[in-house]
Structure formats: C-alpha cells, structure tokens
Design a protein around this ligand. Structure first.
Ligand SMILES: *Cc1c(COP(=O)(O)O)cnc(C)c1O
Length: 395
C-alpha cells in the first residue's frame, strides 16, 4: 500500500486520537511454557542445590548445541562474562578497541578488566563496528578488539577477524543482542575468540539475569569457568582474583525453557519487522538498519534511523509525538558511550563524527516476541501520521 500522507489523520500530538490510550511499552517479557518452568523450578528446589547443580550444565550443553560451539559457560550476566573473558585475554594495562555506539557495559567490562577503552566508528548502514576505522585505531599497546552485534545485526565478522589476526589480538564479541542471529547461515556465537550473550529481561532469551560465554577455545572456557567462581580451583587456593559470577540453578531453568522456543520467536519477530517495513516503505527519511540478505537478525530491537530533514522532525520530536500516541520509545544508543560522563576523561580521544551523527538519528520503538501484527502496524501508522504533520509539531 502506498503511503498517502496527504490523507493521514492527525497525530495525537496535534489533537488526533491516541493510537494506544492504554499505553504500549517498549518490550514485554514472555515466559513460555509455564508448566514446564514450574516443573523445573520444583526439581531445583527439591534437589536442595541452588547453585553449582545440573541445570546450569544442562543449559550450557543445550546452548552449545544450538550455537554449534564446543564450549559455553553460563555466567551471572553478560557484563561479567565480558569482564572474565577480557581478564583471561590479559587486557589489564592495555587499550581495548571497541565501538562507542553500543551499550555502556561493553566499555565498563574493559574498564573492570583493567583495560582502557579506545572507541572506533560504526557503519552508517548497519550501525555495527566499521572495520576500516577499527583497523585505524589498532596500534601497539592494544590488547583486544571488541565488537557488538547491534540490535542483533551480525557484524562484518570476516573483515574484523582478519584485522584482529593481523594485529595479533583477540576478538571479543558483545553478542548481548545476538542469540539466534546468523551470519551467512552460521550462528552468532562461533565467531572471534569468544562471544558473550545476555539473558536479561529486555533480550530475546531470558533468565531474569544471566549470560553465556561461547567459545571454541577450551583454555578460555576453563579460565571463565574458574573466574566465575572467585578463581578458586576447588581447594581455596585461588589462582587469580575472580568474581562471583555464577548463574543460579533457578535462572538456568528459566533460560532453558526460554531457549527452547527461540527459533519460533525469531521467526515471528522477523515477520513483524517485515510487516512494519512494508507499511512504512516510501515514507521519506525513515529506514531500518541494513541486514545482508544472507544474514538473519534476532531483531532484539526495532530501531528507526531518521533523516531529520526528509522526515520533517528529529528523533526527540518523534519520541514526544509517539508518547502522545501512548507509544514508548528509547534512544538506543544515545548518548554514545564516548559522550557519557563515565568516559569524559579518557586519555585517548578519537573523533567519531559518524557515531555522533547516528546517535542523534536513532529511535527504538516497541517490539516483543508475542506482539501481534495489528499492533506493529498501528505503530507504523502512527509514524506515518506524525511524518505527514511533522512540520506542525512543537520544535
Ligand atoms: C544488555 C546488554 C549488555 C549487558 O547485559 P547484562 O546481562 O545486563 O550484563 C551488554 N551489552 C549490550 C549491547 C547489551 O544490550
């Protein structure tokens, strides 16, 4: 259907009827198969073993099979998984090259592992790390390269691997959004030196709180396993200062149940994004992150990229107008990490004009795995109404 902007009704911000008077949140967590979950919770509670039991092991094995990697180590959250992997790489005292257009935890993990973040640019179309700028940022004294599969879009893994190999540094993926994404048919999880997933409630597989470290490197898996338990090999003679980053048995039970229906959930999310994209096709100044035809995404987020001039208003004005419709939104990721107070005093500052520009243009709108198509189309129609009247919105 062509967009007939001239006939679009008034947006709620200008007195029209709100699309969702009852409100539409950014995300809704679905816990599938409550009966199976209850059975598993009961089994854990009956066993009397709330950590270090068999459920975490079962989750690790199920995830390793799903991801087609030999080693998966479950941890308390993605942040601690990244910290432990970076610690194992020995990044303490080194610089860690990473995108600034990511969640703050990517940089925090490097800091806590004793490294110093050095930020590199992203690509305008995919919003993932720009291999050319990452290469430019790699210099002697760099201890690791990190990249984020932003919103579930696979990074340019082949080019990044080449750059990391040439520099002789490990490549660590913040795969928080990518559990279920594929790069040319291969699951995200098997690339680089390791990939770390998040199972927190805004992600597509949930453990309430949790993370998974996936790797082909047995020694690295062993180091993360030791590190999640204080660095204690069992005799209390700790071999390095680790963390308590264990996942509990109850969290693992939730993750196991959530993981089982992941392929169906991703298929549904993909269909919803497809329906949204066809509805807004032809709308000036609005696009979605590019996904290579051979790749698949979890669509962890449905993020709009605006060309403010063509669309008629910027991300902030769109967010306000969507709010009047009852539609929640977030500026993922604004401010970019290099603009956050926590990183105001970094020793090495690189100019990041593309990151600065893209951070101004993004707005994430609601999407969840059991949303129905009518809802996503109502969000699209609200965007169409807002665009048609964008010049009248409060500036
Ligand atoms: C959610 C998220 C994290 C942090 O995950 P936790 O499991 O909450 O530690 C890290 N990186 C990205 C890109 C994220 O979105």
């Amino acid at each position: 259907m062509a967009v007939t902007t001239g006939e679009a009704g008034l947006p709620a911000a200008l007195g029209g009827t709100a699309a969702f008077p009852e409100g539409l949140p950014l995300t809704r967590v679905e816990v599938p198969d409550r009966e199976e979950l209850t059975r598993r919770f009961d089994a854990v509670l009956d066993s009397g073993q709330l950590t270090n039991g068999t459920t975490v092991r079962e989750l690790e094995e199920a995830a390793a099979e799903f991801l087609d990697v030999p080693h998966v180590v479950a941890v308390a959250n993605c942040t601690s998984g990244l910290m432990l992997a970076l610690q194992a790489f020995g990044v303490a005292g080194t610089r860690v090259v990473m995108p600034s257009f990511t969640f703050s935890a990517t940089a925090h993990a490097a800091h806590w592992a004793g490294g110093t973040p050095v930020f590199a640019e992203i690509e305008r179309d995919t919003l993932t790390l720009d291999p050319a700028d990452a290469e430019a940022a790699l210099a002697p004294g760099v201890g690791a390269l990190m990249a984020t599969h932003v919103y579930g879009t696979p990074c340019r893994v082949e080019e990044l691997q080449k750059i990391a190999d040439e520099a002789g540094v490990p490549l660590l993926y913040d795969a928080a959004h990518g559990l279920g994404s594929r790069r040319a048919g291969r699951p995200i999880g098997g690339f680089g030196s390791a990939e770390v997933f998040s199972l927190s409630p805004t992600k597509v597989v949930v453990a309430a709180e949790g993370g998974l470290v996936a790797t082909h490197d047995e020694a690295l898996a062993e180091a993360v396993r030791l590190g999640r338990g204080y660095g204690n090999p069992g005799d209390y003679d700790c071999v390095f200062p680790g963390l308590n980053a264990r996942m509990s048995e109850l969290h693992a039970a939730l993750a196991l149940v959530s993981l089982r229906s992941l392929p169906e959930r991703i298929a549904h999310r993909t269909a919803l994004v497809g329906a949204f994209a066809s509805r807004v096709q032809g709308l000036p100044g609005l696009r979605l992150p590019a996904l290579a035809p051979e790749d698949t995404s979890t669509w962890k987020d449905l993020t709009l990229i605006l060309d403010a001039e063509a669309f008629g208003c910027g991300a902030v004005a769109l967010a306000d107008a969507l709010k009047a419709e009852g539609i929640d939104s977030r500026r993922y990721f604004h401010p970019a990490v290099h603009r956050q107070k926590a990183y105001a005093d970094l020793p090495e500052k690189r100019e990041l004009p593309v990151t600065d520009e893209m951070a101004e243009l993004v707005l994430t709108v609601p999407l969840w795995s059991h949303m129905d198509e009518a809802t996503i189309l109502k969000v699209a129609d609200a965007a169409i109404r807002i665009q048609a009247h964008a010049d009248q919105l409060p500036k």
